[in-house]
Design a protein around this ligand. Sequence first.
Ligand code: ADP
Ligand code: ADP
Length: 220
Amino acid sequence: MLSLNGAGRRFDNGTVALEDITMTIGAGEFVVLLGPSGCGKSTLLRLLAGLDTPDTGTLAWDHGTKPGPGDIGFVFQDATLLPWATTEQNVHLPLRLAGTSLEAARPLIRETLARLGLAGFEQARPAALSGGMRMRVSIARALVSRPKLLLMDEPFAALDEFTRHRLQDDLHALWREARTTVVFVTHSIYEAAYLASRILIMTPRPGRIAAEITCALPEA
Ligand code: ADP
Ligand code: ADP
């Protein structure tokens, strides 16, 4: 789907966040970037999202896969929902930015909310939801435009263990069903082993890929 070839990123203050990153991401993979904080995981995600560009090397999308609006979904650790908006309005946001009215988008929003266990919470505002539910809304918002690539930056790190395990299970089930390509950042080796179809282990200063593990997933 896309590849980085010898990509590096050096910030103005001299920090080399990434050096010589060569990797490919195939359609349908669940790639986990695993490493300690400061090893460049977030910087790498931003390159993949097109929010930042490498100083050296290249990022290339395969022919015909170059992303347009709505083709990349992003989920951050803090669910970053609009506090005054309802669940439905929050999830509508990417479709609204693409020009689709709430009325037209409603069937798709409802279906996406149902798949994330949020049926019945359409009119709730974030303050009325638990941390796990807010994260579910955030994932629904990232998935509602049916992105080709879902980028997740330590999405479950702030959740309690029970909630985290439930979300890991549900995310894994969603991925197995829809086979959306996922790149997921974590510093938890447990989480990586539980979720990944492939793990890239990163080391800091400078951020590099030190090892790669292909995981054998049980068939559904
Ligand atoms: P991770 O997500 O693995 O914690 P980051 O990608 O956030 O790592 O950061 C990698 C390195 O680059 C760290 O040393 C961090 O301090 C540094 N860094 C990140 N963003 C900037 C920036 N805008 N300017 C300077 N240094 C940065
Ligand atoms: P960390 O704090 O490093 O994220 P935890 O202390 O939560 O890790 O360790 C528990 C880990 O065990 C989870 O992160 C998860 O990856 C893994 N795990 C074990 N059983 C399950 C399960 N049923 N569902 C999801 N994750 C599980």
